[in-house]
Design a protein around this ligand. Structure first.
Ligand code: ZN
Ligand code: ZN
Length: 141
């Protein structure tokens, strides 16, 4: 059971600009979790509410010669919420973030070892650096 891959799917859904109609509500609910990033208690309260609304249904499964192990029933809402909750439980609520690049704001999971991630991508990080550099130059002149 790889919960991190479910969390990554949740992030992709939040960043999806045109999700399929049946996932629009889920996308809004997951986006609200990332909107609360920085406020640990709010992140946890939103996830706990979603865990109640979308309970996971574990199933025992055996395939590819592997012994019996647990799978989550394929339910996009339940698996996405469980994935994010597992990230919070294993790594901390501060691992859920929103890109600080002012024009971006995409959701991301911070899996860096020092919890220092501020941007969704290297592209946004360099864009923000260029903007900061220009701002400093404007102030200097
Ligand atoms: Zn399996
Ligand atoms: Zn970004």
């Amino acid at each position: 059971m790889d919960l991190t891959s479910y969390a990554e799917w949740a992030v992709r859904l939040v960043n999806e600009l045109a999700p399929p109609p049946e996932l629009i509500r889920l996308r809004q609910e997951l986006a609200a979790v990332f909107d609360a990033a920085g406020d640990e208690r709010a992140v946890v309260a939103r996830l706990n509410a979603l865990l109640v609304r979308y309970p996971v249904r574990p199933q025992l499964s055996a395939h590819d010669g592997r012994p019996w192990h647990l799978h989550l029933a394929e339910d996009p809402a339940a698996t996405a919420v469980m994935g994010l909750a597992a990230v919070v439980a294993e790594l901390g609520a501060d691992r859920l973030g929103r890109c600080r690049e002012p024009h971006c704001g995409r959701a991301f999971l911070d899996t860096s070892s020092n919890r220092s991630r501020r941007y969704c991508s290297a592209r946004c990080a360099s864009r923000a650096n260029v903007a900061a550099h220009r701002a400093r130059r404007r102030q200097a002149s």
